[in-house]
Design a protein around this ligand. Sequence first.
Ligand SMILES: Cc1cc2nc3c(=O)[nH]c(=O)nc-3n(C[C@H](O)[C@H](O)[C@H](O)COP(=O)(O)O)c2cc1C
Length: 203
Amino acid sequence: MTDKPTYFPLPVHRPALIDFLSTRRSNLAKVMEGPGPDPQTRDKILEIGARVPDHRKLTPWRFVVFEGQARSDFGQYIASAFMAENPKAPADRAIFEGGRLTRAPLVIAVISSPVECPRGTPRWEQELSSAAVCFNLCLAAQAHGFGAQWLTEWYAYDDSVNAALGAKDGDRVAGYIYIGVPRARALPRARPSVQSVTEFWEQ
Ligand SMILES: Cc1cc2nc3c(=O)[nH]c(=O)nc-3n(C[C@H](O)[C@H](O)[C@H](O)COP(=O)(O)O)c2cc1C
């Protein structure tokens, strides 16, 4: 009798992965530097990012990738939006705002783009799927040995910046994922005790 072909890997105990997930920390974008992932690694990170739970396969999200010059080109829209809203801000603040994406060699914007689903997948679930994309991008980048941080800051909520990003009606920015080489070790961060956020349901 021949073995049946295995199409999908069965879950196996992966201690290295458990260790990674148990100790994972975000890295600060402000202490990242180049080089970023090469194109093949970047594409792999994107591919893993897109491999998330997605009820009814609606793909209700997409990526906008920033590398090289594109980071400061886009920064001009961030700076203009900031100065329009804060006209009394000092001029050097515009330089700071315009440089936000240059903190890391690779920045991936994740746009949540929910669709009307005739079979009824709620918008909420589609937006949750975008969050899974953001976190999977962080995990994928860190698994490749890069630092990663999920940020929204103020510009993820700015209409003019979102227009420059290509966001359409109903789209929202789930996050900007900053990826690079961390220059500093991430410090420990307090975590909630699992007991304090867990109850066991009983009648
Ligand atoms: C949707 C979302 C937006 C975030 N935006 C910011 C932000 O704008 N600025 C910031 O300092 N941290 C932000 N964070 C938090 C960091 O991504 C990260 O969770 C935090 O630094 C803790 O790191 P940890 O992953 O090690 O817990 C955001 C997190 C989420 C989920």
